[in-house]
Design a protein around this ligand. Structure first.
Ligand code: NAD
Length: 710
């Protein structure tokens, strides 16, 4: 019995409605493919059928493959090839069934959903901004594996297809029409009528590439003569952008290049082979696990104590209208929360409010927001210096200067005017939450909400449990994070929490390499080749070299067992001797010529001589990634991190640990624990005890365990 499909016949026209009863969206699954094959076999053999309309009972037309299914289903390359070929055959059956088939697209058609539309003879899409089409597979390390690369190239040409496939974007109806991704845009209410009207014209069901003498669209005429040259150039550009870390973009390009030179059926085999290779490669699984599955679970409350009733913030008080306070105010007001934004002077408070105003003005200019929406959002933010205005707030977020005494002072003043039910959160980046909670009479209602800068762009919030924070406070904090559409991880209070602590190891390793005599260009390039968004020296220039110095000195004061990293001499020399604290201080490891682009400071070699023998770039990459992974394993051992998945999410979303690894702990799993431990022992011998793997990692390796994979 049909499970995913409903069909209705009206004369010669059959309307096929996609309706997955098990989920809110239609997704590609083996069982659905089987039903589709059976349906179109019938259509093919039924002489009475003159046309088919494919539509959906859901608000969306169809999403792509179920990524959770892909992650949870172990597939060898051979399995993945068969999986891809079965869906490919289904699409081929649709376009060779001898009847014209129209995709009537009322909502989004993405990935496998848009591949289905591509296999139809004609595509009508609703004139609705939500009815986007596209092939986003590249974003999760894959490629469209059931004909998407081949049909798109034949429909719109290789060059345009490569932009769509490599960009992985979603296209609104009119843009999609302009590029040629759809054939007609109609008001939502008349999509089906338009499909019917088109079928009434007795269209030829044979696709252009199945007709004699087919050639690629005209725009590619020039390209055809120079295809090899174009391909070489395009792959060089991709290599420069992704290095060897992301196999999907190069595979997509290869499918286009090889696939369009052979008949469609052969091209489809090429595509399936590449799809299989990508599925069997750990990179796509790493990306899917962290940025899709585990991120989604965290957002849906995986860490939320279940027995606490759901809560909602109607009014939030924000203390400190600086960079962070202003960003948090914007994020809250955006989802309808009333915001009281408090600072010491009206001028400072208004300056804070000016930040969302600036963001909104840009959005209005770009047509992303209407003036009315922008005005309404701004009207929800009240700038003030008066604590009495905080009366009735459900939540206070403190974001004043990073100073214990100032924070204690504002905490007391705020508590005096807020009711007994208000939750209190500090956005401190370094100060222990349990210590800050001492200024609050209800430490069980005190929690850390560590946002990242710029708040409007950065999705992560590190939620920090103080020693006495209650599960109810955690639940309320997570409800607020969900309300403002951010992604939470939950950690226990400790120096630097999780993200700042591991991030420090990255910048210190960069300085240590410099101290050892490794060429600064090799350090920066090695980090970027590993996939870090920016080299450690360039990053230090941005955050200032004084930052790690302050943290190290403070830790030394407070923790007698702490051993000063040898890399500190680099920061001290740069700041104390050479007065080069970073970009904001006029220069650091780089110099910033007026009107020109930054370049490594030529004098660096005078103070940090470059050794005659340089390490291989692979060694630099390994040190930079491994030091962060080891520190994460320590955080887990010390119960700072409570869940391995949070380690991955925090590293990728928090400080840009490369997505291809899946995050710091997925990296260890991907390398394999025994190999990782052996490599760390070697690095510890050569470069210092900071590389020594923690005991829990050794034990896990010895017992054949892992963190997230397997
Ligand atoms: P900022 O200097 O831009 O803003 C701090 C604001 O607090 C200023 O507007 C200041 O006038 C105000 N302020 C100071 N004393 C006050 C008082 N007694 N009462 C009311 N307002 C007062 O700093 P920021 O970058 O927004 O950082 C704020 C907090 O967030 C700090 O604890 C910081 O460690 C933390 N944080 C910063 C970042 C970042 O990247 N900047 C990231 C995460 C967390």
């Amino acid at each position: 019995m049909a499970h995913y499909l409903k069909s209705e016949r009206d004369g010669g026209i059959v309307t096929l409605t996609l309706d997955n009863p098990d989920a809110a969206v239609n997704t590609v699954s083996p069982a659905w493919v089987d039903e589709m094959i059976a349906f179109f076999e019938d259509v093919k053999g039924d002489e009475g059928v003159t046309g088919v309309i494919v539509t959906s009972a859901k608000s969306g037309f169809m999403a792509g493959a179920d990524l959770k299914f892909i992650l949870d289903t172990p597939m060898t390359a051979a399995d993945a090839f068969a999986f891809s070929q079965r869906a490919t055959r289904m699409h081929r059956l649709i376009e060779t069934c001898g009847k014209p088939v129209v995709a009537a697209i009322g909502g989004f058609a993405l990935g496998g959903g848009y591949e289905l539309a591509l296999a139809c003879t004609y595509r009508v899409v609703a004139d609705d901004p939500k009815a986007v089409v596209g092939l986003p597979e590249v974003n999760v390390g894959l490629l469209p594996g059931s004909g998407g690369t081949q049909r798109l190239a034949r429909m719109i040409g290789v060059e345009k297809a490569s932009e769509v496939l490599l960009g992985g974007g979603s296209y609104a109806p009119l843009k999609a029409l302009e590029i040629g991704l759809v054939d007609l845009v109609e008001p939502a209410s008349s999509v089906i009528d338009a499909a019917r009207a088109w079928l009434a014209t007795n269209p030829d069901p044979v696709r252009p590439w199945d007709r004699k003498g087919f050639s690629l669209p005209e725009s590619d005429g020039l390209l055809k003569q120079t295809t090899a040259g174009w391909f070489t150039m395009a792959s060089a550009r991709l290599r420069a952008k992704y290095g060897d870390n992301y196999p999907a973009p190069i595979s997509i390009l290869t499918c286009l290049f090889e696939g369009v030179q052979v008949p469609l059926d052969k091209g489809l085999l090429v595509e399936s082979r590449h799809f299989a290779r990508l599925i069997a490669d750990p990179v796509s699984r790493n990306i899917i696990r962290t940025t899709f599955v585990n991120k989604g679970l965290a957002e849906k409350g995986a860490r939320r104590p279940a027995d606490v009733p759901p809560s909602k913030v109607a009014r939030v008080g924000i203390l400190g209208a600086g960079m962070m306070g202003a960003g948090i105010a914007y994020s809250a007001a955006k989802v309808g929360i009333e915001v009281v934004l408090l600072d010491t002077t009206m001028e400072a408070a208004e300056r804070g409010k000016a930040y969302p105003a600036k963001l909104l003005a840009k959005q209005v200019e770009r047509g992303q927001s209407s003036q009315d929406e922008a005005d309404a959002l701004l009207a929800r933010i009240r700038a003030t210096t008066d604590y009495a205005d905080l009366a009735g707030v459900d939540l206070i977020v403190e974001a004043v200067f990073e100073d214990t005494a100032i924070k204690a002072d504002v905490t007391r003043k705020a508590e005096a005017v807020t009711g007994a039910h208000a939750l209190f959160a500090s956005n401190t980046s370094t100060l222990p939450i349990s210590q800050l909670a001492e200024a609050f009479s209800r430490p069980e209602d005190f929690i850390g909400l560590h946002f990242f800068s710029p708040v409007d762009k950065m999705a992560l919030v590190e939620v920090i449990m103080g020693k006495r924070t209650s599960p109810a406070a955690l639940a309320r904090a997570l409800d607020f994070v969900a309300q403002i559409s951010k992604t939470p991880i939950v950690v226990n209070d400790s120096r630097g929490f999780y993200t700042s602590r591991v991030f420090q190891t990255f910048i210190h390793e960069g300085m240590e390499l410099l101290r050892e005599g490794v060429s600064p260009a090799l350090i920066e390039n090695g980090a970027r080749q590993a996939g870090m968004p920016i080299g450690p020296l360039a990053l230090l220039d941005e955050v200032t070299l004084t930052l790690p110095m302050i943290i190290v000195r403070q830790t030394e004061r407070e923790d007698p067992s702490f051993r000063r990293p040898t890399s500190m001499v680099v920061a001290e020399k740069m700041v104390d001797e050479l007065s080069r604290p970073g970009r904001s201080g006029g220069g650091g490891f780089y110099e910033y010529p007026e009107g020109g682009s930054k370049r490594l400071w030529p004098e660096l070699a005078t103070y940090f001589p470059v050794a005659a023998e340089q390490p291989d770039v692979e060694e630099v990459k390994q040190r930079i990634l491994y030091i962060q992974a080891i520190e994460t394993a320590r955080c887990l051992e010390e119960n700072v991190l409570l869940h391995p998945a949070d380690g991955d999410i925090g590293s990728v979303l928090g400080w840009g640990f490369p997505t291809w690894t899946g995050g710091t702990l997925s990296l260890i799993d991907t390398v394999g624990l025994p190999t990782f431990v052996a490599e760390c022992d070697r690095l510890a011998q050569q470069h210092g005890a900071r590389f020594a793997p923690p005991q829990s990692l050794r034990d896990r390796a010895a017992s054949g365990g892992s963190y997230l994979i397997g």
